[in-house]
Ligand binder design. Structure first.
Ligand code: NAD
Ligand code: GLY
Length: 360
């Protein structure tokens, strides 16, 4: 087992990574502070892992709520199901919430933990690759609004993140690729040697080689923990984690939540950001080619949906948490491993990308 730490003073917490961690009772029990626990999961994950997690809680008062599955349910309405179950079960402020599932479950459970009785403890047990490398770490929680992705939310750090890599055995291939998108992101923004490692090990990752997956998860969590520790509430540097997200969120909202997977939209968005960087003369053509090739090898899209016109795309991009005082901020690339947050970008370079005119 590997243990990393997200270093945030009194709110520091461990990330445990290993195979079979859902059989290790003490990891979860040590993260539970009161005498009760409440599991939030969904109808897909519950039949696979709920019993195993419940077995870890013997002797602790607990129950579970099982939500409908999908990004389309990451809404204020679904939060109400969780709040109601907590209140009906008389769970008080000492309760620990447990998020068992992918990023959708993690984001909603975290938001309920941030707001239920003004804030309770919570633990992340991420079961998708995307959640294991990104969403379970860093304390961003929330839900979507019909007008914008992740627009309602709060920062609330978990007490622990328990990553059992065995849970990936049941993950569909398309979801595996979506997780690989966020892994590639760390290489692009911050870690050129990791990007090269990914070029060398992409086939092994797609074949679910356990050592390669474990290394990719560890390296991703290391990068994320470092960035979050430096800028917990995204006053600056942390925004590099949003490479491709302004484009990607526009795709997710524009085509309807759940039509494109989050990781697919981010992959396409990262390629659009890289193309824009190339259009501005920041990124070499050879680097852009490497990015396209790696995304394609990971079976990820690089072309935005034709249904989104440039006007609609631009308008969706303007509903983004990085927009400040009406100014759009984008994360662009100076090279592989070198992200930069910019407001004074060349608008023509953006227009060319929205019109699908990429330096090619
Ligand atoms: P998801 O939660 O919808 O999970 C994907 C699918 O896999 C679902 O159908 C789920 O039920 C299923 N599933 C989960 N674990 C499984 C398993 N072990 N075996 C079989 N099926 C399994 O999607 P996701 O990709 O995990 O997360 C995407 C969400 O995360 C988006 O809403 C995105 O906005 C959010 N996100 C948040 C952050 C953050 O920092 N908070 C970062 C990145 C993404
Ligand atoms: N996924 C972006 C962040 O955690 O900041």
């Amino acid at each position: 087992m590997i243990t990393l730490t997200v270093d945030l003073d009194i709110r520091s917490y461990p990330i445990f990574i290993g195979s079979g961690l859902l059989d290790k009772t003490h990891l979860l029990r040590e993260a539970i502070t009161g005498s009760s626990a409440f599991i939030v999961t969904n109808e897909t994950v519950a039949p696979l892992y709920l019993q195993t997690v419940q077995a870890l809680l013997t002797g602790i008062r607990h129950e579970a709520v099982c939500l409908p599955d999908g990004e389309a349910y990451k809404t204020i309405e679904t939060l109400d199901i969780i709040y109601t179950a907590l209140l009906k079960g008389h769970y008080d402020r000492s309760t620990t919430l447990i998020a068992l599932g992918g990023g959708v479950i993690g984001d909603m459970t975290g938001f309920v933990a941030a707001t239920y009785q003004r804030g309770v403890n919570f633990v992340q047990i991420p079961t998708t690759l995307l959640a294991q490398v990104d969403s379970s770490v860093g304390g961003k929680t929330g839900v979507n609004h019909p007008l914008g992705k992740n627009m309602i939310g709060a920062f609330h750090q978990p007490r622990a993140v328990i990553i059992d890599t065995q849970t990936l055995d049941t993950l569909p291939d398309r979801e595996l690729s979506a997780g690989i998108a966020e892994i590639i992101k760390y290489g692009l923004i911050n870690d050129a040697p990791f990007f090269k490692w990914l070029e060398e090990h992409m086939d092994a990752l797609l074949d679910r080689d356990s050592d390669s997956l474990a290394y990719a998860i560890e390296q991703s969590c290391r990068n994320k923990a470092h960035i979050v520790a430096a800028d917990e509430k995204e006053s600056g540097f942390r925004a590099i984690l949003n490479l491709g997200h302004t484009f990607g969120h526009a795709i997710e909202t524009g085509v309807g939540y759940g039509t494109w997977l989050h990781g697919e939209a981010v992959a396409c968005g990262m390629y659009m950001a890289a193309s824009m960087s190339a259009n501005m003369g920041w990124l070499e053509q050879s680097a852009l080619n490497r990015i396209r090739m790696l995304l394609h090898r990971a079976r990820l899209p690089t072309t935005p949906p034709t249904a989104l016109t440039p006007d609609r795309f631009r308008s969706l991009m303007s509903v983004d948490k990085k927009v400040i005082d009406g100014h759009m901020r984008l994360v662009l690339l100076r090279g592989i491993g070198q992200a930069e947050i910019v407001t004074d970008f060349d608008p023509d370079a953006l227009e060319r990308v929205l019109h699908n005119k990429v330096v090619a």
